[in-house]
Design a binder for this molecule. Structure first.
Ligand SMILES: NC(=O)c1ccc[n+]([C@@H]2O[C@H](COP(=O)([O-])OP(=O)(O)OC[C@H]3O[C@@H](n4cnc5c(N)ncnc54)[C@H](O)[C@@H]3O)[C@@H](O)[C@H]2O)c1
Length: 305
């Protein structure tokens, strides 16, 4: 009996990279898997049948899987993905919103098409796939469901040359917090992953720095390191964990801070004068800097054998 037996899992962008590893592990843990991938290039152009290869791999290992090759950036693709799970396996329990593309450029050079394509696959893609699943959970009272979304340090910390991607990935963290509230009464958890892994998305960045990526690098930092945390979040063991951001990279698993008010001043009457703000906003900023230092110190990993 695997941790996910009797569960139906839908994973977007599962033809390669992180999504493929999640599909293989969830299937090994007993889930029936819908492998979605349109099989395009990193910039979102083109198509291919790579989802079928992952389905064949799962079946060869004795698991159950079907493929779906429509784009999840369209409402129609999200609906047909959901219907594939229902028609093939009679239900749906787990959604992993993993599909992604990149169109990296500084804002100076970023065309409307670069903005729209990245927002469509990442941010709108989360809407397109999550909405039919959420409606189904509410209409059928299906319990113990899981939604696992994919953000990035690019959106959570910021990253030069990725304004479109960062905006989408920050939006996904906000989407997660709100959908977690809306799904709580149905016992469905909604969490965010912030991954770091060597895939076709990140290997070119290493190579551009003149660093060759060899087999040992893939062993230490490949996409296989992300899958166990996603599978665990999808399991029974994670039923009380919702609205969280887990950062996962190499052998490291971490929980992230979420936005919260850190320090405040309350004026008893009237509006703030600019002279008063000369004093209080720098004081708020200093409190923030000390808190940042404390968080940084606490974030050093504890080493586990
Ligand atoms: N690799 C990292 O270090 C890293 C860091 C931060 C965030 N992420 C996020 O993790 C997720 C997986 O990334 P990866 O590194 O495995 O990338 P990847 O390029 O290897 O895989 C992404 C997959 O998504 C598919 N896809 C793209 N657009 C699609 C669409 N419209 N419909 C269906 N499928 C589509 C692609 O064909 C591809 O197979 C992405 O959301 C990415 O933004 C990755």
């Amino acid at each position: 009996m695997g941790r996910l037996s009797e569960k139906v899992a839908v994973i977007t962008g599962a033809g390669r990279g992180i999504g493929r590893e999640i599909a293989l592990l969830m299937a090994a843990e007993g889930a029936k898997v819908v492998v979605n991938d349109l099989g395009g290039n990193t910039d979102g152009t083109g198509t291919g049948k790579i989802a079928d290869d992952v389905v064949n791999e799962i079946r060869a290992a004795g698991g159950e899987a079907v493929s779906h090759t429509e784009s999840i950036a369209e409402v129609s693709g999200g609906i047909s993905l959901f219907k594939t799970a229902i028609d093939s396996f009679g239900g749906m329990d787990i959604l992993v919103n993993n599909a992604g593309i990149l169109r990296d450029r500084t804002l100076f050079k970023m065309e409307e098409s670069d903005w729209d394509a990245v927002i469509a696959v990442h941010l709108k893609g989360h809407y397109c796939c999550t909405r039919p699943f959420a409606q189904y959970i509410r209409e059928t009272n299906r319990t113990n469901c899981r939604i696992i979304n994919f953000s990035s340090v690019s959106g959570l910390f910021g990253n030069f040359g990725q304004a479109n991607y960062a905006a989408a990935k920050a939006g996904i963290a906000g989407f997660t917090r709100t959908v977690a509230m809306e799904m709580a009464k149905y016992g469905c958890t909604v969490n965010t992953i912030s991954p770091g892994a060597l895939t076709r998305m990140t290997i070119p960045l290493r190579e551009a720095r003149g660093e060759e990526v060899v087999a040992e690098d893939m062993d230490a930092g490949g996409p296989q390191h992300i899958a166990p945390v996603v599978a665990w979040l999808a399991s029974e063991a994670a039923s009380t964990i919702s609205s969280q951001i887990l950062h996962v990279a190499r052998g490291q698993v971490s929980i992230m801070q979420q936005p919260a008010i850190l320090k405040s001043y309350q004026k008893q009457s009237g509006t703030w004068s600019l002279d008063e703000l000369d004093k209080y906003i720098p004081s708020l900023y200093r409190a923030k800097q000390s808190a940042d230092e404390a968080v940084k110190a606490g974030a050093m990993p504890e080493f586990i054998d």
